[in-house]
Design a protein around this ligand. Sequence first.
Ligand code: NCD
Ligand code: ZN
Ligand code: ZN
Length: 346
Amino acid sequence: MTQTLTIRRPDDWHLHLRDGAMLTAVAPETARHFGRAIIMPNLVPPVVTGAQAAAYRDRIMAALPEGADFKPLMTLYLTEDTDPDDLAAAHASGLITAVKLYPAGATTNSNSGVRDFDKVRPVLERMAEVGCPLCVHGEVTAAEIDIFDREAVFIDTVLDPIRRATPGLRVVMEHITTKQGVDYARAGGADLGATITTHHLIINRNHILVGGIKPHYYCLPVAKREEHRLALREAATSGEDSFFLGTDSAPHTDALKEQACGCAGCFTATNTMSLLAHVFDEDGALDRLEGFASLNGPAFYGLPANKATLTLTREANPVTYPSKIDTADGPVTVFDPGFPVHWAVT
Ligand SMILES: NC(=O)N[C@@H](CC(=O)O)C(=O)O
Ligand SMILES: [Zn+2]
Ligand SMILES: [Zn+2]
């Protein structure tokens, strides 16, 4: 018996589209299935002003296939020099949907990020006032903190103090990877949301390291122990409105991933919806996939759900998708879950 599932067209609340040749190659991958995406601003140089966000949005629109049903939701990269007036104007005009906080040095292209959180306090207060959400890469960067503990330490020492000091600030904990992240998001009330990636629902840290090092499973925050993956699965499939999809699809060329010091990022734009249907099916939660991928995110951001729909079908044979996407800069490997997937987007 063929099983089908029709949901509202999903959105991706955390996406890297890059620029130039990479943007041209990956934008269609997301636009095929997703209605909107929160576009990460960690270009080189980063998108820090309203004018830069407008120019980047135009480059994204130009990279979309003719007739694509896709809207990029732009963000600004928060720096210690961010101008609160420029930010407020960009938000009021609808140009930007959120602002992104990277602790300096936490991840790919985060050198312009925040070192001294006190310096951005006035900007955060302004954001709370105007209702502009803050998306947070939640990892401390101190060398003495173990990389597997960086998210949990960030929650206690940075995120919780920021939220207490800035009442009314709406915060999205981006790509949570730990049980502590799940628990904190769950307890946070209506002003706190959390995105969960596709790959963190599928891999734990063993997948990166057992049997040889797998550069295409390396991302930040790095995948944690199995108990954490299970906590993320439970949260994503719970139907609770705090949790929504942010793929963190983060393309790097194979040359940059497969080297002695490889880049962090998993590229999942191409097969995310098939993988999510597999995960939700496995957990007996297919009826909650729509909430996670299509409803909870818009509700948090105060936007309507998409009107269009997406239909998934469980096929007898495993679905196929390209193992790599070609770009003018070189191939980009598509995330391989390591098991056959039978859910196809039809
Ligand atoms: N997730 C990643 O491993 N990499 C992202 C940056 C980020 O989201 O932290 C990237 O831009 O490549
Ligand atoms: Zn990040
Ligand atoms: Zn990211």
